[in-house]
Write a protein that binds this ligand. Sequence first.
Ligand SMILES: [Zn+2]
Length: 282
Amino acid sequence: MRRGAPNGKEHVWKACARKGLQVRVLSPPQRNKFLSMLDSLILNKKSIESIYKTICEYHEKYLKQYGVKLPKLYASKGKFTKDALVLVYLAYDYPKTRKVTKEELTKFVRSYYPDTNDVQQARHLGAQSGWWIVAGGRDNIVLNIKRGSYQLYTLEQPYPSFKKGHRVTDTADWGKIKEKYNFRCATCGSQEGKPQFHWSATKTVLQKAHMDPDKPLVAGNIIPQCQKCNRGDRNRWVYDEKGRVIKLANPQVIKTCDREVRKKVYRILYNEFKGKNPNSIK
Ligand SMILES: [Zn+2]
């Protein structure tokens, strides 16, 4: 049974073993029922408060500076908030976090909010509040997780694309970014203080450049670029971290494209918006 226990139940087994519980004598259906009860029993009020305290400590030390939002533990009437419950559940046994299915989370939240149908908190805590919670099927870069499951990746760094990131104003951070690029322009490779690659009479000056000009100039959205690559008209593009153009940022760029391309773009958009009047599209 232990080997066959679904992911996320391991901790329950360990907890049972610690408490000397004889779970093995139960029949499989009894065991499953018992385990699903244990998920909420183990995280009693005291455990929740204790895990939340750990989260607060990490938040204070690593995440607050990036604007990551710490949910309140209690709502009115001394009831736990749903956000805190979900975060606590994911942070159980941190840093040895585990994959948690949406069903498991829903079941847990239901023990405090019986009317809960669909727990969206894990997703919101990631993308909107800045906690690095990996959602299956979406950002499978750091962890391999199936759709409908979540795992807290770390409490020491914010969610990578978190927009309210930490402003790179101090020279130490900017120095680190440049160092990562070996003091070269991410786009053309010209080295700081040396002649610019295409304009040998120009001395390369590295500037903080937006990857996406529509997002703030904060960590995660900054690449070093030389003064030639970081000209104002480059606000037309979105760059990746290697300084390559990956998207249009300014739709006016389409006017400079060949008619054949514009016709194709028109067909794509016409199909997407089903030929509706452009002013009626929200
Ligand atoms: Zn350059």
